[in-house]
Design a protein around this ligand. Structure first.
Ligand SMILES: *Cc1c(COP(=O)(O)O)cnc(C)c1O
Length: 392
């Protein structure tokens, strides 16, 4: 008999009933150190007083009105994001997938309005993940996501990760945009080198192609900059945001330059919930906290410390871990054993880590994870590694 919840997930038998900062409390009382943040969502940790206050005070006033009316919270959050980034304009969504949809639509509409309606192709890279809609799976067609779900939407081309020659050859008068995660998340914390992002920016400038950065996972302070592309000193034309921006409230955004967004006039796109007062009040509190002076310096300092300790952990446990990669608080540990086995062993040590492709476990802690908790994380990872090694 089919379960009452559609069985599309393989879930761990854990029932968390409460969260406090970087800690999750199980029904049975066990306290888990959370290095997953609900897949990079709980950017300020669980139940941070700042977002609890933003949510509850807005909840007592007004939740939703629809985009038929002006929404001051949405305006304030858009102004804040425009101030803090390359972008001139923002559209609010409720998830990463919806941000991806608009990114694709915006790029195609751009070329349509420029009188080049044939420029529809979106180029992506292997290892990418852009969401689960029909457009998003066409852009990142892994077998398990596309098999049986055809026909795939046309107009997507996928190239080998990091192959600049293939990319240069693939950009033609049919290309609308190149979409890239500056650090691939689901793909296994694959960092796109700064020089490559710069080269892609130049290729886009030379050919007019739009550069879409998918910063749904690597953005919102996770790498130690507000957005990961900032490390390379280049800016995209369109950027997809979600996950961390709501700190746990379903919120996403598409940020764009005035030029890239020029086709999106009244009536061309919309969302019932997107940018509602409740979500934007929380989003504003999250963005204000992350852009507070010194906050990202701390993420960089603590990220470097965690990384350094992970290097030590690898040296201690070479039969389990082989490599650490990533930036800030977006780190991956490459495993010799299947990452799901390591994740399960970590549960026994009351530690939450998240599997990814390429035999990697992801560490995506709350940006507020402190030094004491880093030390605790390393101890629990060390015990995890010893247990995995003992299993053979
Ligand atoms: C999670 C993720 C998405 C999809 O976001 P949803 O909110 O699950 O729809 C898209 N791109 C990247 C890089 C992601 O990490």
């Amino acid at each position: 008999m089919i379960p009452s919840v559609l069985p599309t997930y393989s879930r761990a038998p854990l029932h968390f009933v409460k969260g406090e900062g970087s800690w999750l409390i199980e029904e049975d009382g066990r306290r888990f150190l959370d290095l997953g943040s609900g897949i990079a969502v709980a950017a300020l940790g669980h139940a941070h007083p700042i977002i609890v206050e933003a949510l509850t005070s807005q909840a007592q006033k007004l939740w939703h009105v629809s985009n038929l009316y002006e929404i001051p919270q949405q305006q304030a959050l858009a102004d804040k994001l425009v101030d803090a980034t390359f972008a001139d304009t923002v559209f609010f969504t409720n998830s990463g997938t919806e941000s991806m949809e608009l990114g694709v639509k915006m790029a195609r509409k751009y070329w349509y309005e420029k009188g080049q309606p044939g420029r529809v192709e979106i180029i992506s890279f292997t290892g990418a993940f852009h969401g689960r809609s029909s457009a998003a799976i066409a852009a990142a067609p892994t077998e398990k996501m596309v098999k049986g779900f055809g026909p795939l939407l046309p107009g997507f081309v996928q190239l080998p990760f990091g192959d600049m020659d293939a990319l240069k050859a693939a950009v033609t008068d049919k290309t609308a945009a190149i979409i890239i995660e500056p650090i691939q998340g689901e793909g296994g914390i694959n960092v796109v080198p700064d020089a490559m992002l710069q080269e892609i920016r130049k290729l886009c400038d030379d050919t007019g192609t739009l550069f879409i950065a998918d910063e749904i996972q690597c953005g919102m302070g996770r790498t130690g900059r507000l957005f990961a592309h900032e490390w390379a000193g280049v800016t995209p034309d369109i950027m997809l945001v979600a996950k961390g921006i709501g700190g746990g409230f379903p919120l996403g955004a598409v940020l764009a330059t005035e030029d890239a967004a020029s086709g999106m006039v009244a009536g061309t796109h919309g969302s019932t919930y997107g940018g509602n007062p409740l979500g934007c009040a929380v989003g504003l509190a999250v963005v204000n906290a992350i852009t507070e002076p010194g906050f990202l310096d701390e993420v960089n300092r603590k990220g470097a410390l965690l990384r350094q300790k992970l290097e030590g952990l690898i040296a201690e446990n070479p039969d389990v871990f082989t490599e650490v990669r990533g930036q800030g608080y977006m780190l991956g540990l490459k495993c010799k054993q299947p990452p799901v086995d390591v994740v399960k062993a970590a549960y026994e040590e009351e530690l939450i880590v998240v599997p990814a492709a390429d035999n990697v476990i992801r560490l995506l802690p709350a940006l507020t994870l402190n030094e004491e908790e880093i030390a605790e994380a390393i101890e629990r990872l060390d015990r995890t590694a010893k247990a995995v090694a003992a299993q053979g």
